[in-house]
Design a protein around this ligand. Structure first.
Ligand code: IMP
Ligand code: MG
Length: 178
């Protein structure tokens, strides 16, 4: 399926599922090397990272745990904009080596929030693994340690990423057509 329609928009295949799976194998091998002999907690960010987290985690041969948190928006009582908060922490991560699993890093706002929360929880180390990275959109200084694919600053869906909630089940990554 080279092209697909989701709701009112047309998308073109950009990264085939086979390429994604091959790249995830390489990322896992790199993480297995870097963290050899260590006890690691993977932290997947829902909803987008669920497929990436599952496929990567299957290829990890470390002493490892995995947990998921979710970003929730709520209306601040004073501010007019929406405030974001991470919910669902159920793992004791104090003193742990944590690897955050993201579907995509765009501006980096989300990442900054997550890393801030991890520091409050006194983790020993934090690294970031993301399937997709938009370097032209990135506004932060936090290093993105493991990147699957660097992509242009265009809207993408598939392999966990959504357009208005749809498209997450596509096995490939698709980009919006003009
Ligand atoms: P950031 O906080 O700007 O880095 O954006 C991170 C979040 O925005 C991701 O976790 C996605 O949920 C969403 N996002 C950013 N770019 C895209 C895209 O191209 N397609 C779908 N979701 C995206
Ligand atoms: Mg996301």
């Amino acid at each position: 399926m080279r092209e697909t329609v989701i709701l009112d928009k047309k998308f073109r295949e950009m990264i085939p599922g086979e390429d994604i799976s091959k790249r995830i194998g390489e990322m896992a091998a790199e993480i297995n090397r870097d963290y050899k002999g260590k006890d690691v907690v993977f932290l997947g960010i829902l909803n987008g990272a669920f497929l990436f987290a599952a496929d990567l985690f299957k290829k990890i041969d470390l002493k490892a745990r995995i947990s998921f948190v979710k970003l929730a928006s709520y209306q601040g009582t004073r501010s007019s904009g929406s405030v974001k908060e991470l919910i669902g922490w159920n793992e004791d991560i104090k003193g742990m080596e944590v690897i955050v699993l993201e579907d995509i890093v765009d501006t980096g706002h989300t990442l900054e929030l997550i890393v801030g929360e991890l520091k409050i929880r006194k983790v020993t180390g934090v690294k970031i693994a993301t399937l997709l990275f938009k370097p032209d959109a990135y506004k932060k200084k936090i290093p993105v340690d493991y990147v699957g694919f660097r992509i242009p600053n265009d809207f993408v869906v598939g392999y966990g990423l959504d357009y208005d909630g749809y498209g997450r089940n596509l096995p490939s990554v698709y980009t919006l057509m003009e």
